[in-house]
Design a protein around this ligand. Sequence first.
Ligand code: Z5A
Length: 210
Amino acid sequence: MQAKFITIEGLEGAGKSNAQQVVSQVLQHHQIPFIHTREPGGTPIAEALRTLWKEGIGGEHTTDKAELLMLYAARTQLVESVIQPALESGKWVIGDRHDMSTLAYQGGGRGLDPDLIHTLRQAVLGDFAPDFTLYLDIPPEVGLARAKGRGALDRIEQQHIDFFHRTRTAYLQLVEASPNAVLINADQPIKQVSAEIQQAVENYLKFAIA
Ligand code: Z5A
């Protein structure tokens, strides 16, 4: 059986951490070996890029295009040095965010030129893509309220609410267009969300390990 790359996507506070646990439990139940990744980040260099991007230096922050380049630099580093080697060694990968985040946040939220994003993506990642994506859908107001409950919002979380509405709209369009993505209504009690995630992964496994 070929190892698979499963990604979890959604706005902040959607419940991606809980989803990671549920997916892990399902894979464990099937005795499938796996690793976790997060983006941006997941290697020392990619984590350094994440910090640089999130915090800036001396009050200077990345411009929108520099942000895009940094996200792809971090992603390429992670894919080449962690994700592909894991898949080649037979380990599945559960990714907390991947390329759909860039299409949604930088494409939808920031409004960057889609041709620029696709050209860059094709140049650095080629045809590499997740095998299965769980998109946790949540109204931005609900997700941000949950994120606020955890403490102070970071630079990205402090964007105007319209940014998150554009990001969500882009996510919904991407999921609609992707045969490998499943939408989970994340604006429900956590028990119900977990049950739906578990069912979606079990359904995928029937197809993936048949
Ligand atoms: N970003 C980008 O712009 N472009 C890209 O290409 C990539 C990323 C890859 C990553 O930050 C930021 O980078 C993110 C997108 C951008 N921007 N923002 N803002 P991060 O990794 O620090 O943050 P995050 O990915 O958004 O994670 P998060 O805020 O931790 O969200 P989450 O993992 O989905 O949330 P959670 O920790 O699972 O849940 C949040 C709280 O809600 C927690 O207390 C839970 O117990 C609670 N929760 C979860 N589910 C429920 C339900 N169902 N009911 C009630 N409460 C719940």
